[in-house]
Write a protein that binds this ligand. Structure first.
Ligand SMILES: *Cc1c(COP(=O)(O)O)cnc(C)c1O
Length: 219
């Protein structure tokens, strides 16, 4: 049941927060609903969740018409975005967490929609190919800050997968250092299995799918 899973996740969040003396209001729980139907989003909304993460523009485009009455819900794109999908993405999402190039930032800016954006940072050469290299962050940040319609608020990362949160922790720490260096307040990091380590290292946004909704269908 979603309500029980949500309670469990909330307890984990509280335990991690207590260890480092942070408060619940510093954390946004982003409910990751990729591969789940609009009904699942509606159920989560009924449980009080307001922030949702989706990975695919087309998939969310299909769900969107079923969500128009969910006042105050906020949708984050957390999957890789190709420049040619910038326009639909800007129309569907309030926050794009995965900006990783000046070209993409430019395309999003050109849509004329005011958008909050984060930069996805690639901290390892294993696994995902998406994300900006840490060395290219400074010019990318400057470029985004010069876009009239984009408000850059933070960094996001997806470390190489490990079931051991202690293996992932150094990536979280590194992202926090980069955000501090560049004066960016938000940090989107941590998923179902490692949210505690992420919170301890300074996450402001944790992206939780499986722990809330159970296993996703494979395809
Ligand atoms: C799917 C996904 C998540 C959620 O992962 P879970 O392990 O199911 O919590 C978080 N972030 C991104 C970028 C994802 O693609």
């Amino acid at each position: 049941m979603l309500s029980e899973r949500l309670e469990k996740v909330e307890r984990r969040i509280e335990t991690a927060l207590r260890r480092v003396g942070r408060t619940r209001s510093e954390i946004t729980l982003v409910a990751v609903t990729k591969k789940f139907s609009a009904d699942v989003i509606r159920e989560a909304y009924a449980q009080g969740l307001r922030c949702f993460g989706e990975n695919y523009v087309q998939e969310f485009e299909a769900k969107c018409p079923h969500l128009v009455d969910l006042t105050g819900a906020e949708y984050h794109l957390i999957g890789h975005l190709q420049s040619n999908k910038a326009r639909p993405a800007a129309e569907l999402f309030q926050v794009i967490e995965t900006v990783d190039s000046e070209k993409l930032a430019g395309r999003l800016d050109q849509t004329g929609r005011p958008l909050e954006v984060m930069i996805e940072v690639k901290l390892s050469h294993e696994g995902t190919k998406a994300g900006a290299e840490p060395e290219t962050l400074s010019p990318l940040i400057d470029a985004i800050r010069s876009c009239a319609n984009l408000r850059l608020t933070g960094l996001m990362t997806m470390p190489p997968w490990s079931d051991d949160p202690e293996v992932t922790r150094p990536y979280f720490r590194r992202l926090a250092e980069l955000a501090r260096k560049h004066g960016l307040p938000k940090l989107s990091m941590g998923m179902s299995h490692d949210l505690e380590a992420a919170i301890e290292e300074g996450a402001t946004h944790i992206r939780i799918g499986t722990a809330l909704f159970g296993p996703r269908r494979r395809d």
